[in-house]
Design a protein around this ligand. Structure first.
Ligand code: RNT
Ligand code: ZN
Length: 416
């Protein structure tokens, strides 16, 4: 197998050289592509507050495939397993509901860095860097409005929660010696027509201003918009326009979740616009089917276009690549690995694009040639480069990771 992979790689290298692409450089660039692995794929966004709690906030994990992680040890074991099947070094994205409650569960307005201390130690031991998220959903006070709630008591509860989350993220960043990226997504919205669109947005703006007032040098703030959630079909307080305006004005990172837009909208096209006005971009790579269904990410046109646009904008160091899907209908580790590798494969293809020639064609008005070469690129042997990359990184080549996932299911998840 090894020599086959090598042979194919050598041929691919020559093929790419003919169109001016340096394959070795592309592989070296792959090292910069760290995914932020969303811990919630391991347990269908349950978290550790209440294992029997219902997922709320307009998001849904459908399916009941056996073997979901039920506690902090199982979540960690699954994360380590999934990451072991991916080339490269990665980050772990935690939600506030994944706190270590071994000393007792506390409410979300009581969370402290100490509840994430064991995560920090574990991450360091396992070579991961942590990212973080405040959690507005699946709580008795979640309702349909949190940071935009006219009820001052409820709004204050969520402001307190989010402020604490920033402090936790800041501690994570300090501990790991690199900034922790904290995402803020709230589900606030309304099922039916509201006559107070401005009012709720004003409340959200006020809440954010207060939350962000405290300087936090070791973390980065991201704000994530959404088109609509289940049960909030008519109005979402934190819409894209809202957060784009807020981010541009306040220098915050805007999160683009690929499931949070009209399905015909190109998320790839937003990268260059955003980066002209905001410092960085955070991605939640997902796969919407008819709605924000959070199917397993695939190497489809949407993911590839997104990766290509980032490379074409030379923006790798300004884009944080997180994943966000939760499929409970198939082996969860398998789902994890498929989506992560699909994202990595999309980036590798983007790095192998013959940009110099394509740009020359474009500058000369040679539009036929540009289109022809773009089309031919799809059939170039990028896969031989991917296999080689996986092999040199010591992770399964091609489809052989299926067996690893099956083995883990046999040994671990099927016994849960
Ligand atoms: C919901 C948002 C959000 C969540 C996670 C769990 O539509 O995409 O990012 O999926 O934070
Ligand atoms: Zn998301």
């Amino acid at each position: 197998m090894e020599s086959l992979v090598k042979q194919a790689y050598e041929i691919a290298k020559q093929r790419y050289a003919k169109i001016g692409v340096d394959v070795e450089k592309a592989i070296a660039e792959m090292d910069k592509i760290s995914l932020s692995l969303h811990c919630w794929q391991t347990d269908d966004v349950t978290g550790f507050e209440n294992p029997d709690g219902q997922l709320s906030g307009g998001i849904q994990a459908t399916g009941n495939y056996p073997g979901k992680a039920r506690n902090i040890e199982e979540v960690r074991a699954d994360l380590v397993k999934a990451a072991s099947l991916l080339p490269g070094k990665h980050r772990i994205n935690l939600h506030a509901i994944y706190a270590d409650f071994s000393d007792g569960v506390v409410d979300r307005d009581q969370l402290e860095p100490k509840h994430f201390e064991s995560w920090m130690v574990w991450a360091k031991e396992n070579g991961f860097v942590l990212d973080f998220n405040s959690s507005s959903f699946s709580h008795p006070l979640s309702g349909s409005l949190t940071l935009a709630n006219p009820d001052e008591k409820i709004r204050r509860f969520w402001i307190e929660h989010t402020k604490r989350c920033r402090r936790i993220a800041n501690e994570m960043g300090r501990y790991q010696g690199q900034p922790c990226v904290m995402n803020l997504w709230i589900h606030d919205g309304s099922k039916d027509i509201t006559v107070n669109r401005m009012y709720y947005r004003q409340l959200l703006k006020d809440s954010l201003d207060e939350i962000f007032a405290e300087e936090m040098p070791y973390m980065k703030d991201c704000i994530e918009a959404k088109l609509f959630g289940i049960g909030a079909e008519s109005y979402t307080v934190g819409s894209y326009d809202f957060y784009l305006g807020y981010g541009a004005k306040n220098n915050k990172i805007v999160t683009l979740d690929t499931g949070h837009f009209h399905l015909t909208e190109s998320i790839a096209d937003k990268i260059s616009s955003l980066l002209l006005f905001t410092p960085e971009v955070m991605l939640h790579v997902s796969r919407p089917i008819r709605w924000d269904s959070d199917h397993v990410t695939l190497m489809n046109d949407d993911t590839m276009d997104l990766a290509k646009e980032i490379i074409r904008c030379d923006a790798l160091d300004k884009v944080n690549i997180g994943l966000d899907y939760f499929d409970a209908s198939i082996n969860r580790i398998g789902a994890y690995v498929i989506g992560s590798r699909a994202t990595q494969k999309s980036f590798l293809q983007a790095l192998l694009e013959p940009l110099e020639i394509l740009r020359k064609y474009e500058a000369n008005g040679q539009n036929f040639e540009r289109l022809a070469l773009l089309e031919e690129c799809k059939g170039m042997p990028w896969n031989a480069v991917w296999d080689y990359y996986c092999m040199t990184q010591g992770v399964p080549v091609g489809e052989t990771f299926i067996e690893d996932v099956q083995q883990y299911e046999k040994d671990v998840t099927s016994k849960r």
